[in-house]
Design a protein around this ligand. Structure first.
Ligand SMILES: Nc1ncnc2c1ncn2[C@@H]1O[C@H](COP(=O)(O)OP(=O)(O)OP(=O)(O)O)[C@@H](O)[C@H]1O
Length: 260
């Protein structure tokens, strides 16, 4: 289990994370959602051990964590199979064995024999991110930390990869801490959604749910979350007054201009 108890992290210019209580249990997919700059990546870096808390307690009982970033971060000179096998090579697996593991995962992810031998420049963005996910899963992690891995992809591709991640982690029983600022993505993926406030960031809501795949269910679940005032306050962009030239905008009624 990964657990944050009263964790605070301050940099020279101020507090980023404050009083963070959070748990990720074995086999659970937890989605952390919050506005840009609230400290989501910083929290993942704490989980990865590359930052230390300024106060509070952080315990990581997982033995083997891997990470997926927003950009695929592949070796440009290596083909898809070698990129996916990178972590296996680093831990000393024999070439034939690591190639077999990498090829097995990439084939499950839709790669043909020919695709396995392509370098990143010859792969689409979606295929490159599949290789990055394969690289993270190849080492049979018990925890995967995912930092907005699909935010650069178009909607259709994003949904495909969300389904792929959900299927793969269920298959292997891997725990995941997944960061996003997309509420629909959170609803599609999560066993539990944790909402962070803007900086200094705190957990303002925590919701257990069943991952949704039907568009109507996703819309309903996202709307139900946004009806909670603490979630709306944490996630909604600050309303700016809209001054309509001719017809008063309905938005202007809910967001009066400063001083009005
Ligand atoms: N090493 C550091 N030193 C000083 N400030 C830092 C450091 N790392 C992060 N920060 C600050 O912490 C805040 C949170 O950054 P972080 O990247 O974690 O946010 P985020 O929620 O992941 O944002 P986004 O959704 O845009 O990726 C930012 O104000 C950032 O400038």
């Amino acid at each position: 289990m990964l657990s944050f108890n009263g964790v605070r992290l301050a940099f020279a210019d101020g507090v980023v994370l404050d009083q963070i209580d959070l748990e990720v249990r074995a086999g659970e997919l937890v989605v952390l959602i919050g506005r840009s700059g609230c400290g989501k990546t910083t929290l993942l870096r704490l989980a990865a051990g590359t930052e230390q808390p300024s106060a509070g307690t952080l315990r990581n009982g997982f033995a083997n964590a891997s990470m997926v970033f927003q950009e695929p971060r592949l070796l440009p000179w290596a083909d898809a199979r070698d990129n996916a096998a990178f972590g296996l090579k680093a831990r000393g697996d024999a070439r034939a064995e690591r190639h077999a593991t990498a090829a097995d995962i990439l084939t499950r992810f839709g790669f043909s024999e020919c695709d396995l031998g392509k370098r990143p420049a010859a792969l689409s963005g979606g295929m490159q991110q599949r290789v990055a996910i394969a690289r993270a899963l190849a080492v049979a992690p018990d925890l995967v930390l995912m930092d907005e891995p699909f935010s650069a992809l178009d909607v259709g591709l994003r949904q495909e990869l969300q389904a792929l991640v959900r299927r793969e982690v269920e298959r292997a029983g891997t725990a995941v801490l997944f960061v996003t600022h997309d509420l629909a993505e959170a609803v599609r993926l999560a066993d539990r959604i944790v909402v962070l406030s803007p900086r200094p960031s705190r957990v303002v809501a925590e919701v257990s749910q069943a991952p949704a795949s039907d568009p109507g269910d996703i819309y309903e679940a996202a709307a139900a979350l946004m009806r909670r005032p603490e979630v709306a306050a944490a996630l909604a962009a600050p309303l700016r007054p809209i001054r309509a030239a001719v017809t008063p905008s309905p938005m202007a009624e809910v967001a009066p201009a400063a001083g009005e």
